[in-house]
Design a protein around this ligand. Structure first.
Ligand code: NAP
Length: 345
């Protein structure tokens, strides 16, 4: 039986793993921790956490995370905090003899100037996009650490590289949010809190040209893949966890899907004075597909719809409450049923 410590357990991905585990009968013990349980930038606090839990396995999700604008303004903090967290977690996991550690990188840490699609071999092949160099270099160093722990001590510390993630329990705070929760929050405000205009005269502003392309993975799909990695992937080298290349969408298409989920009656326009970030960062999931050819990703529009429905209690109250959990459970149950029906038809 494994004793799995999940750092960053209160976040988007941590909550998705909780939801998936709750729907399955796992023999393993899972412990989810947040910053209130231990400040992982602090070495003593990290050691005390590991002493208390004594994990055999670690899914390391904790990080300073944020969208384009938060990264652009805080590269130093992203670099230092994430380096501190990662160094403390990996060294303490080594000292505790943990059997396996899976850490989370991101497709946004790949070189800015590169050929597409990007794959796992290209992580260190050039400078990242200047907008998020702090986060990127800190994340890249996880891969360097994983190899160094393996070379020196034979540790099985590995990493996964998800594309952009969205889903229930996302971070909707405007100053830090990623593109999808940012849009969900702004559209919610426009529809439910902007009372001065009739619905069909409201205008939703898409930041930037709307043209950049992105791959998005639903957090519950990612959670299932992380659980598969824990049991089946035994290489130190990173593994990209992304939807297929043909499922890449433009930012404007994302806005349209969010608008559809809200049944928004107004107009969408682009504000080209706002930054676009990297035009694209198409990642290949060929390695994942070679290991797990039949994995079925949720349909993008259905997953956006479920995420929008799950966001309401959180947006209304500014916190996650029982209603949100129940609503998410129901939405994801329906998503599962739709998946089965699609397979059958
Ligand atoms: P998230 O929702 O922002 O949650 C971050 C988690 O890290 C929270 O549980 C937070 O705890 C914890 N944390 C932050 N600083 C901490 C500290 N000093 N000590 C202890 N815990 C700390 O993140 P997420 O979106 O689930 O991301 C999970 C992982 O996936 C991260 O490593 C991220 O880099 C990676 N990733 C994310 C995306 C994305 O689109 N979101 C894409 C690719 C990769 P509190 O709640 O207590 O603050």
């Amino acid at each position: 039986m494994k004793k799995v410590l999940v750092t960053g357990g209160s976040g988007l991905v941590g909550n998705a793993i909780k939801t998936v585990i709750n729907g399955e009968s796992s023999e393993d013990e899972w412990i989810f921790v947040a910053s209130k349980d231990a400040d992982l930038t602090d070495n003593n606090s990290t050691r005390a956490l590991f002493d208390r839990i004594k994990p055999t396995h670690v899914v390391h999700l904790a990080a300073m995370v944020g969208g384009l604008f938060h990264n652009m303004n805080n590269n130093l903090d992203f670099l230092r905090k994430n380096m501190q967290i990662n160094d403390n977690v990996l060294q303490t996991a080594y000292e505790h003899g943990c059997i396996k550690v899976i850490s989370c990188l991101s497709t946004c840490i790949f070189p800015d100037k590169t050929s597409y699609p990007i794959d796992e071999t290209m992580v260190h092949d050039g400078a990242p996009h200047p907008s998020n160099y702090g986060y990127s270099y800190a994340k890249r160093l996880i891969d360097v650490l994983n190899h160094a722990y393996h070379d020196k001590h034979g540790c099985l510390f590995t990493s996964i590289i998800p594309c952009n993630i969205f889903g229930p329990h996302d971070n909707y705070r405007p100053e830090v949010s990623h593109v999808i929760p940012g849009m969900i929050n702004r559209m919610y405000q426009l529809i439910y809190e902007e009372k001065s205009l009739p619905d069909n005269e409201k205008v939703f502003v898409v930041y930037g040209s709307g043209k950049p392309l992105r791959q998005f993975i639903y957090s519950l799909d990612l959670a299932k893949l992380i659980m598969w990695v824990l049991d089946n992937y035994d290489s130190v080298d990173p593994l990209i966890l992304s939807v297929d290349e043909e499922n890449e969408v433009t930012i404007f298409e994302v806005a349209k899907a969010v608008a559809k989920a809200f049944d928004f009656k107004g107009k969408l326009i682009c504000d080209t004075s706002k930054a676009d970030g990297q035009y694209k960062k198409t990642a290949s999931n060929k390695k994942l597909r070679s290991l797990l050819p039949n994995f079925k990703f949720s349909a993008f529009e259905d997953a956006i719809d479920a995420s929008v429905k799950c966001s309401f209690p959180q947006l209304r109250s500014g916190r996650v409450c029982m209603d949100a959990d129940f609503l998410c459970y129901w939405c994801n149950f329906m998503l599962g049923v739709m998946g089965i029906l699609t397979k059958v038809s």
